[in-house]
Every structure is written in structure tokens, then in C-alpha cells.
Design a protein around this ligand. Sequence first.
Ligand SMILES: Nc1nc2c(ncn2[C@@H]2O[C@H](COP(=O)(O)OP(=O)(O)O)[C@@H](O)[C@H]2O)c(=O)[nH]1
Ligand SMILES: [Mg+2]
Length: 242
Amino acid sequence: MPERHGGTVGLSIVIPAFNEAGRIAASLRAILEYLEAAGRDGEIIVVDDGSHDATVEMVSGILGEGGPHRILTGRANRGKGFSVREGALAATRPWTLLSDADLSTPIAEVDRLLMVAMEGELDLVMGSRALAGSRIGVYQGWLRRNMGRSFNLVMRAIIGLPFKDTQCGFKLWRTASIRPLLGRLTIDGFAWDVELLVLARRAGLSLAEVPVEWNDVEGSKVAMVADPLRMLRDLVRIRLRR
Ligand SMILES: Nc1nc2c(ncn2[C@@H]2O[C@H](COP(=O)(O)OP(=O)(O)O)[C@@H](O)[C@H]2O)c(=O)[nH]1
Ligand SMILES: [Mg+2]
């Protein structure tokens, strides 16, 4: 694959993981296989913050020691946003991919995101489950799906970002473009993406939403009542901060 299409482009893959012992092993193996097959220079950075299952042992075992891949561990649970920030700060490759631990978007989709980002000279490309070209194989349950849709409507009303799906756990960015913003992110929980996108737009960076393949995987860490309420509170905080 020519360089222009991302074949040899270096990639830091940041994976926030909380109590993922049941889901992350298969994902890491798939990512390692992908890196090998694509001949891509990559580092996997898993970020745990106080998992009380075997996540850390399992991930350490698969990633091994002394190689480019690693797990960052924290004692207290701080949230997805906090953990993504930690991982993104540790990234050393020119491109950073955020991926959820369940690999709901297959890792090979990063090729397309890279291509779009390079051809459009974009700073950040967000995977989206809500565009005409999005390919949803396994849908979330009715309630969870509507929670996502409602979040987008409320986000648009409060924040006004023109994107259909700000919350997809598959986002690619230029490490150097986003790094200066990381220290200004304050949202530790699931609404962190919105704050990043707001700051990136305000900094004049170029962003695009790109349809991806997505399959729901059981074992979501999103709590049905508490998390939407926290996310709403965080939207208000993001709004008040500007
Ligand atoms: N480190 C860390 N990761 C988290 C936390 N909460 C969620 N995550 C990760 O964020 C991702 C969210 O994916 P998931 O729970 O499947 O959400 P859903 O697919 O949107 O329902 C997974 O990789 C989780 O392990 C947290 O408190 N700490
Ligand atoms: Mg998921």
C-alpha cells in the first residue's frame, strides 16, 4: 500500500479499558494480527484505571514486555475520558487512534480513516454510526440506541456541534495537532469526546465525520440511568466553560 494510503504510517492505538477481562483479549489479538498483516508500525496503549477483574494481568500477558505495546494502570477509577487523555499523552506515533476495548468497529477500518485524513489533510476523523454509509451489523438494544440518539439531539441543542455521532469509540487524529489540547480537557467520563471536538474546532483544526462499520458487543460499561445524567451534566459544564 502506498504511503499516501497509510500503509507504513505509524499509529498509536489508545484503548481505555475498565473491567474488560471478558472482552479485550480477542480485540488485542485482532489488533496485533492487523499490525502484522498491514506491516504497520504501531504501538498499543491500553489504559486501565483500577479494574477489579483480571484486565491488567490479561493485557500484560498478551502485549508482552519490552516491545512497543504497553498498559498504563491507575489505582482509582476516573472514567473513560480521563483514561483516553492519559493514553493520548503517552502516544509517540504521528497518528493516534482511539478504539473501544470491544472493537465494535473492526480495526481495519482505520485504513479508511487514515486515507480520508491524509487526502483531506484533516487533523481528526471521527468514526460515525449515524451516516448514510455507516454499516451497522449488530444493533444496540432499543433503549441504548435511543439513549445515543437523544444524546446527540441534546448535544446539538446545548453545544451545537454539527455532527451526527460524536460518541463513537473509534476516532483518529494527528498526534501533534491534538496534543496541545489534551491538557485543557476536563471531562473524565463518557462525554469527553464533545469537549475534545469543541476545543479542536475552536483551535481551527479540520475535522470530519466518516461512516464506519459497527457491531454492538455485549458487556457495555455505560450505565443506563446514571451515565446519561452525568453526560447531561457534563454537556452543561462544557457549555458554561466557553
Ligand atoms: N479506563 C477506563 N475505561 C473505561 C471506563 N469506562 C468505560 N471505559 C472504556 O470505554 C469503552 C466504552 O465502550 P463500551 O462500554 O462498550 O461502550 P458502548 O459500546 O458505547 O456501550 C470501553 O473500552 C471501556 O472499557 C473507565 O472508567 N475507565
Ligand atoms: Mg461497546
